[in-house]
Write a protein that binds this ligand. Structure first.
Ligand code: AP5
Ligand code: MG
Length: 218
């Protein structure tokens, strides 16, 4: 099953994709995490991506598409994948469709986690992330049991450098300008399923589970 999880920065893609991937036995592949891994390892791709990420802009399509499709070709994605943060442009969506069609596959469902701008900014400014496993917490709405420490594996929590107010605002602007056409692309293919992302984490998770079950039957 191929799931494309879409939503603005801070909508809850990462929070939801991890447990969903465990539940459905498919891989979780987040383009932002792949870029951050490359930055941490000091690769050429990481150096290129960092300049864009620091400004809250999209990394160019050609490098992003190459990176994600290469990662998707590995064995752990054979049973299926939840894509988080990719595609973000129509060119990326078309490149994904072409690659899947060569493999006799297709996107099954595109859940769109919808959240208001005001709530998105509130979430990004209070977010803390585990350095080890990438789990997301929120100081107010989803705090770790022990401050600064991940509940899952005891890893250290940190704030992402692109969560400062200026960069977060630009990420939202870029999202509405560049990703809205990709949502329209999936809507026109009858794949988009809107999920109310302002509910509690468990309810959002329930609605996503239903959307994935329906997608796997389609
Ligand atoms: P990326 O890492 O993908 O970031 P993003 O899309 O900006 O999304 P976030 O990770 O910020 O938000 P999220 O939806 O995962 O929310 P989360 O679950 O953490 O991309 C970063 C950068 O990489 C981009 O700016 C770009 O430069 C580059 N990039 C990546 N992909 C690219 C692509 N395809 N093309 C080009 N460039 C690309 O939740 C947020 C907070 O809210 C947390 O604190 C969480 O605890 C809390 N929360 C979650 N759900 C709820 C809820 N229901 N109620 C209350 N709080 C909640
Ligand atoms: Mg994320």
């Amino acid at each position: 099953m191929i799931v494309v999880l879409v939503g603005a920065p801070g909508s809850g893609k990462g929070t939801q994709a991890k447990p969903l991937s465990d539940q459905f036995g498919i891989a979780h592949l987040a383009s932002g995490d792949l870029f951050r891994e490359n930055i941490k390892n000091g690769t050429e791709l990481g150096q290129l991506a960092q300049a864009y990420m620091d400004r809250g802009e999209l990394v160019p399509d050609d490098v992003t598409i190459r990176m994600v499709l290469e990662r998707m070709s590995r064995p752990d994605c054979a049973a299926g994948v939840i894509l988080d943060g990719f595609p973000r442009t129509v060119a990326q969506a078309q490149a994904l469709d072409a690659a899947l069609s060569r493999a006799g596959k297709q996107v099954n469902v595109v859940p769109y986690i919808k959240v208001s701008d005001h709530e998105l900014l509130r979430r990004l400014s209070g977010r803390w992330i585990c350095r080890a496993c990438g789990a997301s917490y929120h100081l107010v709405s989803n705090p770790p049991k022990q401050a600064g420490t991940c509940d899952r594996d005891g890893g250290e929590l940190y704030q992402r450098p692109d969560d400062t107010e200026d960069v977060a605002l630009n990420r939202l602007k870029v999202y509405f300008q560049e990703t809205t056409p990709a949502l329209e692309y999936y809507q026109s293919h009858g794949l988009l399923v809107e999920i109310n992302g302002e509910q509690g984490i468990d309810q959002v998770s329930h609605d996503l589970t239903e959307a994935l079950k329906q997608g796997s039957r389609a």
